[in-house]
Design a protein around this ligand. Structure first.
Ligand code: SAM
Length: 408
């Protein structure tokens, strides 16, 4: 997309976010000070309780609806939703750029309509429909659309899990709405040694049912016009979630029209990486791209063992450390590898975990891998090899190779 077009969309998006009362805050200190001005202690306690209830709920939707109802109060919007300021900029920009030519647009799981109203403003000739199962979110969306004088958008309170959708749309948008079951780890790889996933219809169907993404996609697909497009952005950074999500799309005839675009944005000071935004469609088989089931290039430094001798680090630091998918290749390429100890076992959550430590010439290494795509390679000099033995025991003492349990 031309840079000046991007700039123009961003400018109007910033104005739109400001109209909603959102601010671009970049420091935690400034953000928390604003929160203290806006929220009472009771407000914060209620929000925390609601977040916990939403996290703890397995399968049910009532805690989820209660959470979005609570956060849709007008007085909460500026401070709460400003945390997602950059998310709105990144997602809003990409979707706004795809709106051209669309006559009927559905925003599925539109929340308070913050982005839906932006799309409606940009495309006065198109009809927009936003649906969401949170009544308070829909009430606020309707009120704000009216205040903005928008006559080309309407909002409906509807739960996609409970009801069929009606209408015909040539563009359907769903952002952070279909695969929010964040605790679901996804589909494990065939083994700790690779990232492949078998085409296992049963495991795929279990994933689609557990997360409800199958039913939601079926219902959206049902109202997608012939040659229609669907733009999706969900939390699929981990390959274990991305692969079954992509397979669910492909199984419904949705083909990739543009290269998936990984989106990273900051939530105040924290960088969030949710995985790719997909532009898919029901078009002909020409001009479509293949689905890729491999890890993205991760940018971790390559390992050159022959250069480690000259690396200078603090006493408690490793000479080399890689926590990304590319650690697998670096481990495979370790020269003169001699394993001292290794364990491969099944964890209580079903994942297979492999941990080993050993020598690569004069250097000691520790390698961990599991079937949910986590990889970790640490290399130290001889003097620090006891440190790796300790890490090795610690990891085996952990119930699973969680991020926290990894060597950092
Ligand atoms: C994280 S918010 C995202 C809102 C908006 N799409 C955005 O990008 O800012 C997720 C929204 O999806 C809605 N949602 C989740 N499951 C739904 C379902 N089965 N039917 C309708 N709405 C749903 C929730 O109520 C919530 O408002």
């Amino acid at each position: 997309m031309p840079a000046d077009r991007n700039d123009e969309i961003h400018k109007s998006l910033r104005e739109h976010l400001a109209w909603w009362g959102l601010r671009h805050i970049e420091s935690d200190a400034a953000y928390f000070s604003w929160q203290r001005e806006v929220f009472t202690a009771e407000d914060l306690a209620a929000l925390h309780r609601s977040i916990e209830a939403k996290r703890a709920a397995t399968g049910g939707s009532s805690a989820d609806i209660a959470f979005y109802d609570l956060t849709a109060q007008s007085r909460f919007i500026p401070a709460l939703y400003s945390q997602r300021y950059e998310y709105y900029l990144e997602v809003g920009l990409r979707i706004a750029a795809q709106l051209e030519g669309a006559q009927t647009v559905l925003d599925a799981g539109c929340g308070i309509g913050l982005l839906t109203t932006f799309y409606a403003q940009r495309c006065p000739g198109a009809t927009m429909v936003g649906i969401d199962r949170s009544p308070a979110s829909i009430a606020l969306a309707r009120q704000r659309a009216q205040e903005l004088g928008l006559s080309n958008v309407r909002f409906e309170c509807l739960d996609m899990d409970q009801h069929e959708l009606s209408g015909r749309y040539d563009l359907i948008v769903a952002t952070h709405a279909l695969l929010q079951a964040e605790q679901d780890p996804g589909l494990p790889s065939c083994g700790w040694q690779d990232f492949n996933r078998d085409l296992d219809a049963r495991a795929q169907s279990d994933f689609e049912q557990r997360t409800r993404v199958g039913l939601r996609l079926d219902r959206l697909r049902h109202v997608l016009a012939e040659n229609g497009r669907m733009i999706l952005f969900e939390k699929t950074r981990q390959l274990a979630r991305r692969v079954p999500f992509q397979r669910a799309l492909a199984a419904r005839g949705l083909a990739l029209l543009l290269p998936p675009e990984p989106i990273r944005y900051r939530s105040i000071e924290e960088v969030t990486d949710d995985g790719p935004l997909y532009v898919t469609g029901l078009g002909s088989s020409s001009n479509v791209l293949p689905w890729d089931e491999w890890p993205e290039p991760d940018g971790a430094p390559p390992l050159h063992v022959e250069q480690l001798q000259s690396v200078r680090v603090a006493q408690d630091q490793p000479l080399y450390e890689n926590h990304e998918a590319s650690a697998q290749q670096a481990w495979r390429d370790l020269p003169a590898k001699q394993v001292v100890a290794q364990v491969t076992r099944k964890e209580t959550d079903g994942r297979q975990l492999h941990v080993e430590w050993g020598w690569a010439g004069e250097f000691a290494y520790l390698y961990c891998a599991n079937t949910f795509d986590q990889r970790q390679l640490v290399v130290v000099d001889q003097a620090r090899s006891a440190m790796l033995e300790t890490y090795y025991q610690e990891i085996l003492g952990e119930p699973s190779m969680s991020k926290q349990g990894m060597v950092r």
